[in-house]
Design a binder for this molecule. Structure first.
Ligand SMILES: *Cc1c(COP(=O)(O)O)cnc(C)c1O
Length: 389
């Protein structure tokens, strides 16, 4: 497959800068605001909150740190259980462990690939009887799509379990017309390099609860008490975003809706160009919201498609195209072995057969064509070992 190497590599989800980022970064340099805090941080927080329609926000060094703060501030601590989707990136679960708590890993439903409300409801009912309700529930909105929020929120309201939304992959997605990240006690976003907008690294914590965000601010700045000298009555962190990176974030925020539109166009192109191939199914768009298609993901049925997910990924790689397997569920991860899993078969199947295609908002029509051609060629080629025998 040497011929593929003539082409530049097509990455899964590379950064895509707009026109204003460098201007804002230059402003930070010109004013020597190279510190955490500073005018861009303030403005980025304000503009971000306004964009998704939430009252309070705190810019952080990463999505992971924002989730860590959120979990701590809803009261998660040593020995607590926290419910979370199993089909996700490890960063949704690791902060539960930072606090000495134990994740309970919940399977996905087919309709959205997100946490299955029926499993949550059933488990809450049983746990309420024995006084073992979890301290919090983390809802992950996977690959740019909202989870089925109403039944989960209703269940959490009934049993008084606080909800944190991990919307790291879903900035711009909506549930019944309202942006995700605004439904729980707190919402968390990421601006890592591969996300729909990026500050190279960064995150945001949002909430309607002013006290929660004020407390998060304090914890994120080494938990300094208000005193003229350095006084600390709590263990804090160094989790604030730098003013330089917030400048990038402000520029990126301006083009968010264009980025969502471009990613959705990628998906529509793939879906139309591959729809006649047997054995390919795209992640469904559930009826309740807008999927940003941060990543276009699909499952392969090898008996119909001709080759399996791994072989297809390797064919794409040989053509210098980056594609990645769907997240390996947390209940299958060595680090979370022994944690309680509720169900698991759906996420295991999605992991085994799922592939994420290149989805950058800066992909050219030629890039998209190249991916489609490679997938189509792969579908027609019999597997070598089978062809020989
Ligand atoms: C990227 C991501 C995070 C973590 O964000 P970072 O900014 O990389 O720390 C958390 N959860 C999910 C689902 C993610 O995809």
């Amino acid at each position: 497959m040497k011929s593929g190497k003539k082409h530049a590599r097509i990455f899964l989800s590379p950064p895509h800068m707009g026109e204003l980022e460098q201007k804002y970064v230059a402003e930070a340099f010109a004013s020597n605001w190279i510190a955490p805090l500073g005018p861009h941080v303030e403005a980025f927080q304000r503009e971000f909150a306004a964009t998704i329609g939430v009252s309070h926000s705190l810019a952080t060094v990463s999505g992971t740190s924002a989730l860590h703060l959120a979990l701590q501030l809803v009261g998660v601590g040593q020995g607590d259980d926290v419910f979370v989707s199993s089909l996700t990136f490890a960063a949704s679960v690791n902060p539960i462990r930072y606090l000495g708590a134990t994740p309970v890993l919940v399977d996905s439903e087919r309709e959205s690939w997100n946490i299955d409300p029926a499993l949550v409801l059933q488990a809450f009912k049983e746990r309420a009887k024995i006084g073992k309700l979890p301290k919090a529930l983390v809802i992950v909105h996977l690959y740019g799509q909202s989870a089925n929020l109403d039944p989960i929120l209703e269940c959490c309201r009934e049993y008084e379990v606080p909800v944190i939304e991990d919307a790291a992959e879903a900035l711009g997605a909506t549930y019944k017309g309202r942006p995700v990240g605004t439904f729980g006690r707190a919402g968390v976003f990421s601006f890592n390099g591969n996300k729909i907008i990026t500050t190279s690294g960064g995150g945001m914590l949002v909430s309607e609860d002013r006290r929660l965000v004020t407390h998060a601010f304090k914890l994120a700045t080494q938990a300094r008490d208000p005193a003229p000298y350095y006084e600390h009555s709590q263990v804090g962190y160094n989790y604030r975003m730098s003013n330089v990176l917030a400048g990038i974030g402000r520029g990126q925020l301006r083009v968010l809706s264009e980025r969502v539109a471009a990613r959705r166009r990628n998906f529509e192109f793939y879906a139309a160009a591959l729809k006649d191939l047997p054995g390919i199914e795209f992640m469904p768009e559930a009826s309740w919201g807008t999927h940003t298609r941060w990543l276009t993901t699909m499952t392969i049925t090898p008996a119909e498609f001709g080759i399996d997910r791994d072989e297809l990924r390797q064919r794409l790689d040989a053509a210098n195209i980056e594609a990645r397997p769907v997240w390996k569920p947390m209940h299958l991860q060595p680090v979370y072995r022994g944690c309680t899993a509720l169900g698991g078969l759906v996420s295991e199947d999605l992991f085994r057969r799922g592939l994420c295609l290149p989805s950058g908002s800066n992909m050219s029509p030629a890039d998209l064509e190249r991916v489609v051609t490679t997938v189509r060629d792969a579908a027609r080629q019999p597997v070598l070992t089978r062809a020989v025998s």
